[in-house]
Design a binder for this molecule. Structure first.
Ligand SMILES: O=C(O)C(=O)C[C@]1(C(=O)O)C=C[C@@H](O)C=C1
Length: 311
């Protein structure tokens, strides 16, 4: 990515976890941050050239994938992931001044937020209706508007709107982390760092027995560590899925390049989503099991020699 990027779209409004994650991206420090109402809108802004990049939530360590992000990446004009950001997420319960736990008729949050706090909410406000909002910060704004009684959101969202903190750390799992990705239009991926992730979508040849096994084999035989596999319906008809894969390594690595070529041969289609630096040390395995990078280079040199009569 060039240093000339100036407009970063994100899942808004101001006060979302996505905004907090975007503020951890060094290139965004001097950029204009543009809140969008939904993930598809943030991705559309990049596709239409209204924004140079968008930061969107991809998965949460407790609730799993964020489906609108997966669906937004898999179809439409291709986009590319340039960076990932990991953010620990902690939720508080906020209401308008004067409210208390017993007075709450409803509580709003992003579906992922409600899911991550469902045990606490069931125990402490069992009578409250749970309302899905477009983001946790939108839930906080809804309390200010009078749309609902309380919001489960980030402390920054509740505080910015002058809401009253009824409870802190209401998530069922205190160690939850959300993974966000920064996407742009396709370009040359960031240079390899030695600790990178490659993301892609494999559309398997459905009528072939063992099609998914063939996909996995392309990685396994080259000693590439897969760090995520997730299926989503292709929406063509019942029983049709595509597979989101993350693996250790960079498309410029010999083994990853070879695996991608192999996938291209055995799959109906492959969408490359990017190679980018791995954030944190959450993924185990370094992808450097045998054969080593030197073995790949040595094998390529040997083939070149043999093809011209050498040994
Ligand atoms: O609503 C927000 O604040 C978001 O940034 C979205 C989102 C998500 O999509 O998972 C991000 C982190 C939390 O897990 C809950 C909501």
């Amino acid at each position: 990515m060039s240093a000339a990027l100036t407009r970063y779209a994100y899942l808004g409004p101001s006060g979302t976890f996505t905004e907090q994650a975007l503020r951890m991206v060094p290139e965004a420090a001097d950029a204009e941050l543009v809140p969008m109402v939904t993930v598809p809108e943030a991705l559309r802004a990049v596709r239409d050239g209204e924004a140079d990049a968008a930061l969107v939530p991809l998965e949460n360590s407790v609730e799993g994938a964020v489906p609108p992000t997966l669906d937004g990446l898999v179809s439409g004009k291709p986009l590319m992931i340039n960076r990932e950001v990991l953010l620990p997420v902690t939720f508080n319960l906020y209401a308008a001044p004067g409210a208390d736990l017993g007075s709450l008729k409803n509580v709003a949050s992003h579906p992922h937020g409600l899911a991550q706090c469902q045990g606490w909410l069931r125990e402490h406000v069992p009578a409250a209706e749970l309302v899905a909002s477009s983001s946790t910060a939108d839930a906080a704004e809804g309390v200010v508007r009078g749309d609902w009684d309380a919001a489960v959101c980030a402390p920054v969202a509740g505080q910015r709107h002058g809401l009253v903190e009824l409870a802190v750390n209401v998530a069922d799992n205190a160690a939850a982390v959300t993974r966000f990705v920064l996407v742009t239009l396709p370009g040359r991926p960031p240079a390899p760092t030695g600790a990178d992730v490659t993301s892609l979508v494999a559309f398997i040849a459905h009528d072939r027995t063992g099609a998914l096994l063939e996909v996995l084999t392309e990685f396994a035989v080259r000693g590439i560590n897969l760090t995520r596999i997730e299926s989503r319906p292709t929406k063509e008809r019942m029983g049709r899925y595509c597979f989101f894969l993350d693996c250790d390594g960079h498309i410029e690595d010999a083994r990853v390049g070879e695996a991608l070529m192999g996938l291209r041969r055995v799959c109906a289609d492959v969408r490359f989503l990017g190679s980018y630096p791995r954030a944190g040390a959450d993924h185990e395995g370094d992808g450097r099991a045998e054969p080593s990078d030197d073995d790949f280079a040595d094998a390529a040199a040997w083939l070149d020699r043999v093809r011209v009569g050498g040994a």
